[in-house]
Design a protein around this ligand. Sequence first.
Ligand SMILES: NC(=O)c1ccc[n+]([C@@H]2O[C@H](COP(=O)([O-])OP(=O)(O)OC[C@H]3O[C@@H](n4cnc5c(N)ncnc54)[C@H](OP(=O)(O)O)[C@@H]3O)[C@@H](O)[C@H]2O)c1
Length: 442
Amino acid sequence: MPNVIRSCRPIKGATRSIVDNPSRRSAFLEEIFRGRAVGLGAVHMCLDPSDFGLQRLDPLLELVDREWIEVLLAERDQGVVGLVREQLVEVHDGIVDRSGSQVNKPGPVGNAVPSSMKAVVAPQPDGAEELALVERPVPRTGADEVLIKVAAAGVNRPDILQRRGLYPPPPGAPDILGLEVAGEVVEAGKGAEELLGRKVCALVAGGGYAEYCAAPIGTCLFVPDALSLVEAAAMPETLFTVWVNLFERGFAADGDWVLVHGGTSGIGTMAITLGKLFGLKVIVTCGNDMKCKRAAKLGATAAINYQTKDFVEEVQRLTGGKGVAVVLDMVGGDYVPRNLKALADDGRHVSIAFQRGAKSEIVIPDIMRRRLTLTGSTLRPRPVEFKTMVADEIARTVWPYVEGGRLKPVIDSSFPLSRAAEAHARMEAGEHVGKIVLEVGK
Ligand SMILES: NC(=O)c1ccc[n+]([C@@H]2O[C@H](COP(=O)([O-])OP(=O)(O)OC[C@H]3O[C@@H](n4cnc5c(N)ncnc54)[C@H](OP(=O)(O)O)[C@@H]3O)[C@@H](O)[C@H]2O)c1
């Protein structure tokens, strides 16, 4: 890639006359695609292929449609036109016809990617907690990313926190909500062409509540026939979180007793189903009897209604006074010392949230005497390299169960993208069991 790429300076005024005048337009396009001048060293203003955001079906028309063309006009004498032509070919490698004619081949997927899309953001004007359906440019994919035409996006509790301004996107992540998507790959860079047209689900650091979403190649998993796209969209965030925290940080192993709070949450239902597949005895807590029944039906070894029973006593009773090997805790606050009492010697306490408070009082000698481990993690800000490693592990160890139809997410409900606010309201009401999903294009 030529080393002249920094920024664009659109110069107003010239575009319309070219677009509206067919003879000028074709001469201009001809010039771009025949690409005479080069002289790249002299180019002081800079262009990036992605600045053109060109589309598959007709990069030429798309180019004409964009303000950036004005940059080309202003700089044509300095060789930018030749540069652009080269970059167009590079961006549209295999798509732009290199024969010199202006006929473009359709993209491998056969459907054009528009330049803008609908997306859901939380604008938070003056602290208001609203969701807004807005028009945004379709994201540009970076190296090692694919563009997914989103069919469905999972809703997660962290989205609610983000909407409330309590969980800002990590640096570089879009402000569009949504941490997981499923859909069809419509753009893939060099080396990832085999993903084009494939159905995938992906973990993303943001941008899921939208018609298109850029996702790291490394966090994509193929959607098998056994899963619908709605189900697939409900997998990545909970699967990655449970895998990392229960198995990697908590070292849960075949035959272990584990305690998971929020038994009917997205995380809790994934922990039950995954735990059952991997031979864990999963005890959960829930806020009412109906939820306890649902959790037991899903495969929890025991479900404790924390409103009517002391979960520490119940855990001791169920485990014959031994305690559990791991607690997966999303409650925090005063639950932490109680969780430690529910742990067996050498037990691991893994924090993934702190819904009852960020601070806890713990008795240090107790930790020493019983050799307890306190750990925790938060997935979203972890680097793509880490998430890719987790995806690889999941692809090898868990995905065969998904392909075989033995692991599916529990779907509570789905809403059209335009009704994302209702999806959030349902989650906040706390009556859901399993995952809430947004369907895009409905
Ligand atoms: N660290 C990470 O990487 C990570 C990643 C994803 C999610 N999370 C966290 O994991 C939690 C679950 O996420 P989700 O998307 O599955 O959310 P969710 O479906 O809305 O579940 C939240 C659960 O929390 C339980 N709960 C809330 N307040 C409680 C309290 N005071 N005492 C006991 N239980 C309480 C609820 O259970 P009842 O209704 O039965 O009370 C509910 O099942 C969230 O806190 C989220 O922020 C962390």
